[in-house]
Design a protein around this ligand. Sequence first.
Ligand SMILES: NC(=O)c1ccc[n+]([C@@H]2O[C@H](COP(=O)([O-])OP(=O)(O)OC[C@H]3O[C@@H](n4cnc5c(N)ncnc54)[C@H](OP(=O)(O)O)[C@@H]3O)[C@@H](O)[C@H]2O)c1
Length: 265
Amino acid sequence: MNILLTGPNGFVGARIRDALTVIPAPSLRTLGEDEVRRLVDRAEPDVIIHTAAVSDIGACAADPEGSRRANVDLPLWLVGTGVKCVLYSTDQVYSGFGEGGPFREDEISPANLYAEEKLEMERRALELNPDTVLLRATWMYDMPRYGSPNRGNFLVNLLRAGGGEIALSSTEMRGITYVREVAEHMKEAVSLPGGVYNYGSGTDRSVMELGRLLAEEAGLRITIREAGPRRNLWMDTGRLNAAGIVFRSSAEGLRQCCLDYSLGR
Ligand SMILES: NC(=O)c1ccc[n+]([C@@H]2O[C@H](COP(=O)([O-])OP(=O)(O)OC[C@H]3O[C@@H](n4cnc5c(N)ncnc54)[C@H](OP(=O)(O)O)[C@@H]3O)[C@@H](O)[C@H]2O)c1
């Protein structure tokens, strides 16, 4: 199967390249619709995995025009080529709920521009081609990667706080996913039937409990203090599981990551 991967040097894309044989797309930042179509025609893919995006909530709010082009127009141009697309969306579509969960795919409440754009992209992509797969990803983590930009993530944030303190919430429920597992499951995700899927680890532990577990597994000397109430971005992964893709729980994923990198040993 020929897979064209957008964003191959990004946080998720770089790990997908490690896990799958793909055709890495060049940067799409400055391309127009016709150029995107020509690029896809030349690559002759069976599937497009699209990870390129403006994935930072603050960056979207600061540049609504740029983020609409990246997060709505660009994925729709790809879907418009007629090739089956697997597009990344986000658990931020649940950001308006406050508490409660875990949330199913049809229970949405976006509370920021980034989430609104991703939702619009999901809806219009499915209208254009019902075979499109939309993956609502959780917050993902990994160790920094040689030669790649190092953005903050749950693991890196705790490592950076080592010896000091960090504030986490004892009531916040959200899945946090090891990005290597996200990449591994893309082998199966490219064959999912069209539709929207909550894509990542579930959890039965609060973010504070996950932080404590990680600190213990990684041998971090760190003080974790109460951050107070936060929004629950807690996803129900039943639909994904029924389709045959089952992630480790957030706790198991953190343990696996510590084992893989020999953290704390
Ligand atoms: N990281 C997370 O925890 C997380 C959580 C939930 C959902 N997601 C979603 O998962 C997907 C992958 O996330 P990620 O963290 O891998 O993203 P990322 O590393 O921030 O960005 C991926 C790539 O997007 C390209 N890009 C940046 N700005 C662009 C623009 N204006 N137009 C076109 N391309 C642009 C860049 O590639 P070039 O430099 O080659 O152009 C970049 O390497 C995104 O759709 C994101 O919304 C991520």
